[in-house]
Write a protein that binds this ligand. Structure first.
Ligand code: AMP
Length: 195
């Protein structure tokens, strides 16, 4: 079962993916985390992507598609994954569809997080103070929102046009309230993973 967690920066995709991964035993695949690990290791890839990430811009589709393709080939992805932060552009979504189709798979469910922009901004700035993530600054947040509106929002239209099951998740409230809304969405979509 392939689930895409979709939403703007600060909407809780990563937090909820972690909660849901533990509960349903599905691997949490976060492209942002994978890239941050490369930056941390100071690898060649990490050095290439670090300045792009800290400015709040997107890494090229070509590179991201390669990263996700090799991740989905790992054994733990066979039962399904929770995708967090991918796909972020329509070409990424099309490439994902094509690679899943080769294995007679598909995106089964899109969880689309809805959170007001002032709440997103407050969350990101608070996380910046705690975790010191390079892109959790006011300037990078503004850039990430621009990228979201221009490049990422059309991904939802892509899945709607494909007839993929989309569930809107109200992303405000406590972490556990939102996790319960996700569990309900899994039930409604009839693609409940084995817990
Ligand atoms: P995230 O942790 O999902 O907020 O991602 C942090 C940053 O990593 C983004 O602002 C991008 O610079 C980069 N990134 C992560 N996933 C992608 C993706 N699918 N496409 C392009 N850039 C990405």
């Amino acid at each position: 079962m392939i689930t895409v967690l979709f939403g703007p920066p600060g909407s809780g995709k990563g937090t909820q993916a972690m909660a849901v991964a533990g509960r349903f035993g599905l691997p949490h695949v976060s492209t942002g985390e994978m890239l941050r690990a490369e930056v941390e290791q100071d690898s060649e890839l990490g050095r290439e992507v670090a300045p792009i990430m800290s400015s709040g811009r997107l890494i090229s589709d070509e590179l991201m598609i390669r990263v996700i393709e090799s991740r989905l080939q790992r054994a733990d992805a066979a039962q399904g994954v929770l995708l967090d932060g991918f796909p972020r552009t329509v070409p990424q979504a099309q490439a994902l569809d094509a690679m899943l189709k080769r294995g007679t798979r598909q995106v089964d469910l899109v969880l689309a997080f809805v959170v007001a922009e002032d709440v997103l901004r407050a969350r990101i700035l608070r996380r910046g103070e705690i975790e010191h993530r390079a892109d959790d600054t006011a300037d990078a947040f503004a850039q990430r929102m621009t990228q979201y509106h221009e490049e990422t929002a059309p991904v939802l239209e892509h899945y709607a046009a494909e007839g993929t099951h989309i569930e809107q998740i109200q992303g405000e409230g406590t972490i556990s309230e939102v996790t319960e809304r996700i569990a309900d969405a899994f039930n409604r979509s009839r693609v409940v993973p084995a817990s």
